[in-house]
Design a protein around this ligand. Structure first.
Ligand SMILES: C[S@@+](CC[C@H](N)C(=O)[O-])C[C@H]1O[C@@H](n2cnc3c(N)ncnc32)[C@H](O)[C@@H]1O
Length: 213
């Protein structure tokens, strides 16, 4: 018997969605062309739903890239809600600035330029939602930095916890071996961490949700 989710089922579900706006489509095409990793369609859908349900006032993203997810989130914000987003790559900062300008959402998106390891300890705000999407070898340290500035009841959203399927696979290509070990170690720690209620969902590339107790 086929499982619920296979390629056909995913294609069917994706085909039901109304096409996204031209800027979003352009960003998706640009990212694909330049091989810049951004949240895939199932994961960004999931994140958007969380934003709509939780209505966070203060959001932090660790890993902006071209500001695709920042813009998708910012489009849904109301009232005084804003997103701070951290990026260390100069090239990506320039691209993100350009796209944020074109999105006309500059008043909602605060691009913090530099390394999250320096920026996060200096932040004096507490967040309702933190989206961790940086280099995989840094996940564990960034997780601990995130917990310090996440409000009680706040939600941590972590991408790539199935790591292209390799986290659960016996055969891992050489170029993915190290990163797969980092992700496996992170998953063990994340799912058993006493200060959060954590779950990992088989959505997109594996999404971790941790709610701070
Ligand atoms: C997967 S991409 C982010 C994609 C973006 N969240 C989206 O879905 O549209 C990861 C980004 O994190 C940035 N990054 C990785 N480690 C970082 C760190 N320690 N501080 C700041 N940025 C970091 C990388 O330069 C890269 O642009």
């Amino acid at each position: 018997m086929p499982g619920i989710i296979n390629k056909k089922q995913l294609e069917y579900l994706t085909s039901l969605k109304a096409p996204s706006d031209p800027l979003i489509r352009e960003m998706e095409e640009f990212a694909a062309q330049k091989r810049i990793p951004i949240l895939n369609s199932a994961s960004i859908d999931f994140l958007e739903n969380i934003v709509l349900i939780k209505r966070p006032a203060n959001i932090l993203e660790i890993g902006t890239a071209i500001a695709y997810s920042s813009i998708r989130i910012a489009r849904l914000l109301t009232g005084n809600a804003t997103i701070d987003t951290i990026e260390k790559s100069k090239d990506n900062i320039n691209l993100a600035n350009e796209y944020i300008k074109r999105s006309k959402l500059g008043s909602r998106i605060n691009l913090l330029k530099g390394d999250a390891f320096t920026i996060m300890p200096a932040l004096d705000k507490k967040y309702d939602l933190i989206f961790l999407d940086a280099d995989k070898q840094d996940y564990e340290k960034l997780f601990h930095l995130s917990l310090i500035i996440l409000k009680k009841g706040g939600l941590l959203f972590v991408d790539n916890l199935l790591w292209y399927g390799y986290a659960a696979s016996k055969s891992v290509p050489k170029s993915f071996k190290k990163s797969t070990i980092y992700i496996r170690e992170f998953n063990q720690m994340f799912i058993n961490y006493p200060d959060i209620h954590a779950s990992i969902f088989p959505i997109g590339d594996g999404i971790g949700i941790g709610v701070k107790r």
